[in-house]
Design a protein around this ligand. Structure first.
Ligand code: KQY
Length: 363
């Protein structure tokens, strides 16, 4: 049984935990659409297998997959990854999947509205109806009750510290293509009710050229309460420089829900990662989806990593900055094993490891 609850998590004493808190497992969705993933999604499927395999060293992984891809996914994934049929429009479990809240003894799901990162005002595909029911299906599979939140929101557009602080970007949450009828205060009130938030950290912009309208999970994240990692560049001529510098100043000037000043760690971005001719040619052209043009710069960032029980799964780009980023994150996360996974094929689809994973916390 999985019931819709006509209340809010805050009233019921539930809160969204930080990603660094213990997990019951990880949810993912299998990639297949050829107008987003090159070469019929075969290279992306291998990259998703590598991510699922890396996470499953640390915790249980469930892969949602369409009916037509079930046999292929089952055959490609290691036996310890559970494969369940979940119809979907694309494979971004972070964004269309559930946000879990906990109260110490049980977990529940917050089910947001999903409009494919902007609906008819610059959204990334149409339709998105299958994605919009993924969160509810996960709740059913897990027999977890759910709340329907009256807000268009993707999981990658928020990060929480589990102690009442939420970090996001204005570029995304206040974009007219998400909730045009709501102002900042109304959005904060809903996030306070549905995630039990007391303090909001508003960054202005996300990573340069990020097709999600600046998801926070690509630019800044909580390592633990009071400690954040921010994507960075020392190159003042790079368009990312001003964005990161401005975010650094915002982060320096605020306190979190517990009144702490934040400890901020800069993680240098990779050199610009551009789509090649061959990669561009491998993507099916379809009206209404984003063109993948050769030479376009992708929003590559090491911050799009995923924390799991005892591990951190970090994207790598075959770049000179990979090693320093992995070392810096290992130093920040001494209690975890940092595992780098080549992620160019995921980046080519418009996101990265954090965007394709969703944690199910332990109650
Ligand atoms: O969270 C993300 N970065 C998802 C990006 C979706 C891209 C769809 N083409």
């Amino acid at each position: 049984m999985s019931y819709r609850i006509q209340s809010t998590p805050r009233k019921d004493g539930f809160r969204m935990p930080g990603e660094f808190e213990p997990h019951a497992g990880t949810w993912m969705l299998w990639p297949e659409r050829p107008d987003n993933w090159r070469n019929g999604a075969k290279p992306a499927q291998k990259a998703f297998v590598a991510v699922a395999t890396a996470i499953s060293q640390f915790e249980a992984v469930t892969m949602g997959v369409s009916q037509s891809q079930f046999n292929n996914a089952r055959q490609m994934l290691p036996g310890e990854v559970r494969v369940v049929e979940i119809a979907n429009n694309d494979s971004w479990m972070r964004d269309c999947g559930p946000t879990f809240v906990v109260n110490g003894t049980s977990a529940r799901v917050v089910d947001w509205d999903f409009n494919a990162w902007g609906g008819l005002l610059g959204g990334l595909y149409f339709p998105w109806d299958l994605d919009d029911v993924v969160a509810r299906k996960v709740a059913e599979v897990e027999r977890v009750d759910s709340y329907k939140a009256p807000l268009v929101l993707e999981g990658g557009s928020i990060h929480v510290d589990g102690e009442g602080t939420l970090m996001t970007t204005r570029e995304c949450l206040l974009n007219e293509n998400r909730n045009p009828d709501k102002n900042q205060k109304e959005i904060e009130d809903l996030l306070a009710d549905y995630l039990n938030i007391k303090k909001f950290i508003w960054l202005n912009h996300g990573v340069y050229n990020d097709e999600t309208n600046g998801h926070v999970d690509n630019i800044c994240c909580f390592i633990r309460p009071g400690v954040v990692a921010l994507t960075w560049t020392d190159d003042k001529s790079d368009p990312q420089y001003e964005i990161s510098q401005e975010n650094y100043e915002i982060l320096q000037s605020i306190t979190d829900a517990r009144g702490r000043k934040l400890e901020i760690h800069k993680i240098h971005q990779p050199n610009p990662v551009l789509i090649t001719e061959e990669e561009s040619r491998g993507v099916d052209a379809v009206d209404g989806t984003l063109p993948r043009e050769a030479g376009d710069r992708m929003a590559a960032s090491y911050i799009n990593f995923y924390l799991c029980n005892g591990g951190a799964i970090v994207p790598t780009f075959d770049d000179e900055h990979d090693k320093p980023a992995l070392q810096a994150l290992q130093a920040l996360l001494p209690e975890r094993k940092v595992v780098g996974v080549p992620a160019r094929e995921i980046l080519l689809g418009g996101g990265n490891i954090h965007c394709i994973t969703q944690q199910q916390p332990k109650p």
